[in-house]
Design a protein around this ligand. Structure first.
Ligand code: ISC
Length: 371
């Protein structure tokens, strides 16, 4: 059992010092970044290096954790989680009525031609007290293909998630992003049929990303759209890649975030609608997080043998950012789970509600596992 790695993080948390611990999709290594004081740093521009934590509302500030101490744990031993009998289900009818009304309002805006698509969400609050690191380990066990993280800053809060969505990766000038939208339950079928509503909803996101990147990124390419599993759900995904024309990471991020996978089309109008009508503050849900300008050093040795001084170093700059979905915020004795879904002209409010219930299970499953 990797006690010293997790013990260090535990003591950082007890000492109320900022940190993030995370594992990238399909990787083994778990990384922890620990800040040695509790200062709150904000990102001033995208040439900085650190771990970013950005809110949904891009007019609010982005938090930057400094790389004071970086710990890597390479072989996390997977543990069987014993499921308890506890069965938390949502029963709040008031919340349901509010969400149905919100979705209807969104559809009405689409029908009068104000929006093409809007993503509407809600917050589920539960009373519970669970050690955050136990929850994080449970996430690692359950969601191997997700970006799993636990993020803490005493002046901001404690967040935890297992997201299937990449906002952007950038290695030197090579950029990759994805259009992820459309949801159905996974029923042992990796490539099921999709309805027109979902296909169109995802297509809108793909087109938006293409338009947003045009002029900033060259050689734009996309993969065929495929089904991709995220826990007990499936989504539609198209990967999009290209080469950035210059050192313009900030410009690319501002063009993408928030994409219509979490906000809507057109961006500003739907964002204003969300901020006014959802009736709660998304904070960091549907924001983004990850490594900004991490430097990787590699010794390269591709000259002929028997040549002296044939090893030289190459340094690449990497950024890997994920959209903060399937996440929750923890307070002393309360958790808030955040869930939403894309609304189009063909949306059915009742089905949209059911979809948010299905999405809440990603976090509820780990809560049940450690309760
Ligand atoms: C907004 C969320 O999911 C987005 C990502 C994938 C599929 C989505 C959908 O089908 O609506 C959403 O666009 C969420 O999980 O809260």
């Amino acid at each position: 059992m990797p006690l010293d790695f997790f013990e260090k993080i535990e003591s950082h948390l007890e000492n109320k010092l900022p940190f993030v611990v995370y594992r990238k999709p399909n990787e083994q290594a778990v990384t922890a970044i620990c800040q040695q004081d509790d200062e709150l740093h904000y990102l001033s521009d995208y040439t900085e290096t650190g771990f970013v934590f950005a809110p949904f509302d891009s007019s609010s500030t982005t938090v930057l954790l400094k790389l004071d101490q970086v710990l890597r744990f390479t072989d996390f031993e997977d543990e069987e989680i014993v499921k308890s009998e506890s069965n938390r289900e949502e029963t709040c009818t008031k919340q349901k009525a509010f969400h149905l009304d919100l979705v209807k309002k969104g559809i009405a805006e689409i029908n009068v031609g104000n929006f093409d698509k809007v993503v509407l969400s809600r917050r589920i609050q539960l009373n519970m007290k669970t050690p955050p690191l136990a929850l994080f380990r449970s996430l690692l066990h359950e969601y191997k293909t997700a970006f799993c993280y636990l993020w803490y800053h005493p002046k901001v809060g404690l967040w935890l998630g297992a997201t299937p969505e990449i906002l952007l990766t950038m290695r030197n000038r090579k950029i990759t992003t994805m259009s992820l939208a459309g949801t159905q339950n996974y029923n042992n079928e990796e490539n099921p049929e999709w309805g027109n509503k979902e296909l169109e909803e995802q297509q809108l996101v793909t087109e938006y990303i293409f338009n947003a990147l045009e002029g900033k990124v060259s050689d734009l390419e996309r993969t065929p759209t495929e089904s991709v599993r995220a826990g007990s759900l499936l989504h539609l995904r198209t990967k999009i890649s290209g080469n950035s024309k210059q050192e313009n990471l900030g410009e690319v991020i501002r063009a993408l975030h928030p994409t219509p996978a979490v906000c809507g089309m057109p961006k500003e109008k739907t964002k204003a609608f969300i901020l006014t009508n959802e009736n709660y503050d998304r904070e960091f849900y549907t924001g983004f997080l990850g490594e900004l300008n991490f430097k990787t050093e590699r010794n390269r040795n591709n000259r002929p043998r028997n040549t002296e001084n044939n090893v030289y170093r190459s340094i690449s700059k990497n950024t890997t950012l994920f959209v903060n979905l399937r996440c929750m915020q923890m307070n002393e004795d309360k958790v808030s789970i955040y869930v939403g879904g894309g609304i189009t002209k063909d949306s059915n409010p009742e089905k949209e509600w059911v979809e948010t219930v299905a999405k809440s299970k990603t976090m509820l499953k780990v809560i049940k596992a450690v309760e």
